[in-house]
Design a protein around this ligand. Structure first.
Ligand SMILES: NC(=O)c1ccc[n+]([C@@H]2O[C@H](COP(=O)([O-])OP(=O)(O)OC[C@H]3O[C@@H](n4cnc5c(N)ncnc54)[C@H](O)[C@@H]3O)[C@@H](O)[C@H]2O)c1
Length: 362
């Protein structure tokens, strides 16, 4: 895959099984003899850091673990980022050093930002271990931590040099997380690939089996679609916003309902609500919304917002998003299943907050 810049940045992307050795080999080609930090949360480190460190050290790389706690969204903040940066300095990771993010979207987002800040930007590799990270967050170079209750407020664009998605690691991923990550697959299909959406509908159960071919095929197809968009619009000047479908509502839901909803679960609910918005604003067919609801149900993803949801907090969080976009709440909406709505060169549509809140109360 190739991303813009001068010269354009290449990112090796591999999906498969038994990829730890390959990742270590690639690390040597990037940072022979330099300090390497393997960054993960406690859970992932417990399962997989030892194996990766061993493979790196066997190739002569002075690799050290950097383990942060708590894992999950609770640890995705400025404090953790500061601790990770301090650890990189202690290990002696310098300009020629390397960061390897081992874990889900949270270690990925934190490690990437740490790599962007360390010595004004050093090389990094992603080894995603969740379906969410394999389908979406490991690709595209968006890195961030949360701040002041708002998602991803502090961040940078910093492309990894490679992504090694070893599906064997999904064996230990709790089913709820495995399902949640599939919401990003559904998002990509809904917005960009009607054929993939049909494939998901045809055998949703197969996607829950990490050893079967269907999940890997779906993940690879998502990666190709995302890479195409990122290559055309890395900094989200336009088209890349399409990948935010489900996230404008989803991010606010995730924060307002925390810790009840996982990121992917909030995205699933966001997609459903945004399809209903699209019915009113883009002529999206109501059958499309029904298909989405059926698919989310089949994948064991939520289709109703939690009863305990604090709607005024949700409105507040959505307004925060609104401020961040020059006073207008804007949504990437589907036109049909598999195609985004595009009008006058704009990939997002303005939406009144009141309309969103009305649909949420329905
Ligand atoms: N950068 C991007 O483009 C982008 C895109 C989408 C989402 N995100 C971010 O990704 C985050 C969500 O990612 P996530 O769902 O992967 O969260 P996560 O990294 O917190 O992982 C979820 C949980 O699973 C555990 N875990 C991870 N891999 C495991 C494994 N193989 N076996 C056992 N346990 C494992 C983790 O310890 C954690 O408790 C959010 O913060 C979201 O904002 C970023």
């Amino acid at each position: 895959m190739e991303f813009p810049g001068s010269p354009p940045k290449r990112c090796a992307v591999l999906y498969g099984s038994g990829l730890f050795e390959e990742a270590a080999g690639f690390a040597v080609s990037l940072a022979a003899g330099a300090a390497v930090a393997v960054v993960s949360d406690e859970t992932v480190a417990g399962f997989y850091a030892g194996r990766l460190l061993e493979a790196l050290r066997a190739r002569g790389l002075p690799a050290e673990p950097v383990v942060f706690t708590p894992g999950g969204e609770a640890g995705k903040n400025w404090e953790t980022l500061g601790e990770v940066l301090l650890s990189l300095a202690k290990i002696g990771v310098g300009r020629d050093g390397l960061v390897i993010a081992l874990g889900g979207g949270v270690p990925g987002d934190i490690s990437g930002l740490a790599a962007a800040l360390c010595c004004r930007g050093i090389a990094w590799i992603q080894m995603p271990t969740t379906t969410l990270a394999m389908a979406d967050s490991a690709l595209g170079g968006k890195t961030a931590v949360n701040s002041g209750g708002a998602k991803n407020l502090i961040g940078a664009f910093h492309q990894p040099s490679a992504v090694f998605a070893d599906l064997d690691t999904l064996a230990t991923l709790p089913t709820r997380h495995l399902r949640a990550g599939l919401a990003e697959v559904v998002k990509t299909a809904l917005m960009l690939d009607g054929g993939l959406f049909e494939l998901l509908e045809s055998s949703p159960r197969d996607l829950l089996d990490h050893r079967g071919p269907r999940l890997r095929q779906a993940l690879e197809r998502c990666a190709r679609l995302k890479a195409g968009i990122v290559a055309r619009d890395e900094r989200e000047a336009g088209e890349r916003a399409v990948l935010n479908a489900g996230h404008t509502v989803g991010h606010a839901l995730e924060a307002a309902a925390a810790p009840e909803l996982l990121h992917g679960e909030a995205v699933a609910l966001g997609l459903l609500l945004e399809c209903r918005l699209a019915e009113r604003l883009t002529g999206f067919p109501p059958e499309g919304t029904q298909r989405l609801r059926r698919l989310l149900n089949a994948l064991g993803l939520p289709t109703a917002v939690p009863r305990s949801l604090d709607t005024s907090r949700l409105a507040e969080l959505m307004s925060l998003d609104k401020k961040a976009k020059a006073g207008k709440l804007r949504f990437a909406l589907p036109a049909t299943v598999g195609n985004p709505f595009l009008r006058g060169g704009e990939w997002t549509s303005p939406v009144e907050l009141d309309l969103v809140m009305d649909l949420l109360k329905d």
